[in-house]
Design a protein around this ligand. Structure first.
Ligand code: OSB
Ligand code: MG
Length: 368
């Protein structure tokens, strides 16, 4: 197979509601879409999950554009590639820049699955027909607002509620949530807002029977997390700290976490995601698929990945309508009884809607 043309698009989509984490608030979502066309005119689609600002990790959509335009696209355009593994191989000399690599790699996996005539989930080795879905709720102005949102999402049938926490919005908030919702599957995500000095405070979360606490400490740490995990009953789940199979192996060996959140972009693509999944299966570490407020294209990739067997906990890939007035794909992603059905069509299994994509495109450039 050969990619003979790449279209890069800078997208901007208004979010239905602002989303606040311990590091900042998203009102608009800006990101890159990558369309890779082969010699038969088929298109594969990828999304970069790098944000506009470097607050989740060091990448931004502009650093991604630079990496793609100056390195990744020239390395892969017009090259004979028989399997997506070769994309990862070819790009392995580039340090980090995982989200940029993943945008191309994801588009190539889509093309590959379309060429084979099979769903992306199947191409990856996934067997699930449907997947369990949770939802992540940002930091709110008041506890009442939060309780109201949780109530809505529980009624929409989401299987697990994740609450964002930060210093000043943590133990007392979780106490209220647990009091009002004694039976739900509940967890907290700190996005690196604490240090080991907060150990006593974090220990207080143990009484709320949380499924896990996600990324309590620094985004590049796996040492202090091991110290913290020894102090906590609540399982620690790592998000930001895991960039590769090697990071996952070391974190498991050190006891830095009991659960791993896999985000395709953060680890450099579907191939690396699958490797981490397989390692975790062998080491009996449950995994789930994280979200980056993706458009339908990135959402479709998350859904396909989650069909692998060790995705045993509900992920963050909620319905399109939770984020967007109109998503970029047809049909949109819908959640029924807390489940998403894995599409059966070849590739990502949702059709990118070119009209809608055009409406949200700020700038585009074609490479051939
Ligand atoms: O840490 O998982 C995270 C959103 C933006 C940046 C980081 C995170 C999140 C979420 C929301 O938790 C996930 C989603 O709904 O896509
Ligand atoms: Mg997280």
């Amino acid at each position: 197979m050969k990619v003979t043309e790449v279209v890069l698009r800078h997208m901007k989509m208004r979010m239905k509601a602002p989303f606040t984490t311990s590091f900042g608030t998203f009102r608009d979502k800006e990101f890159l879409l990558l369309e890779a066309k082969d010699e038969y005119g088929r298109s594969g689609w990828g999304e970069s999950v790098a944000f506009h600002s470097p607050w989740y990790n060091e990448e931004t959509l502009k650093t991604n554009w630079h990496m793609l335009e100056d390195f990744i696209i020239p390395d892969l355009l017009h090259k004979e590639i028989s399997h997506p593994y070769e994309v990862t191989e070819t790009l392995s000399y580039i340090k980090k820049n995982n989200m940029a690599k993943s945008a191309f790699e994801g588009a190539f996996w889509d093309l590959y699955a379309k060429q084979e005539g099979i769903p992306l989930a199947k191409a990856l080795g996934g067997t699930a027909k449907e997947i369990e879905v949770g939802i992540s709720i940002g930091i709110q102005d008041t506890v009442e607002d939060l309780l109201k949102l949780i109530d809505e999402h529980v009624n929409e049938s989401y299987k697990r509620i994740k609450v964002k926490i930060k210093p000043g919005w943590d133990v007392e908030v979780m106490r209220e949530v647990r009091k009002h919702f004694p039976d739900i599957q509940l967890m907290a995500d700190a996005n690196s807002a604490y240090t080991l000095e907060d150990t006593q405070l974090l220990k207080q979360l143990d009484e709320f029977d949380l499924m896990m606490i996600e990324q309590p400490l620094a985004s590049d740490d796996i040492i202090d997390h091991a110290t913290l995990q020894r102090e906590l009953k609540t399982p620690v789940c790592l998000d930001e700290s895991i960039h590769s199979y090697e990071d996952a192996r070391k974190a498991i060996d050190l006891g830095s976490c009991k659960i791993i959140n896999i985000k395709i972009g953060r680890v450099g693509g579907l191939t690396e995601s699958k490797k981490i999944h397989d390692l975790c299966l062998e080491r009996e570490i449950p995994v789930w698929c994280g979200g980056m407020l993706e458009s339908g294209i990135g959402r479709a990739h998350n859904i396909a990945l989650t069909a692998l067997s060790n995705f045993v906990m509900p992920g963050d890939t909620a319905a399109s309508s939770r984020y967007w007035e109109k998503d970029l794909i047809e049909p949109e992603v819908t959640v029924d009884n807390g489940m998403i059905s894995i599409p059966e069509e070849p590739g990502i299994g949702y059709e990118p809607c070119l009209e809608t994509i055009k409406d949200y495109t700020v700038f585009e450039k074609t490479y051939s």
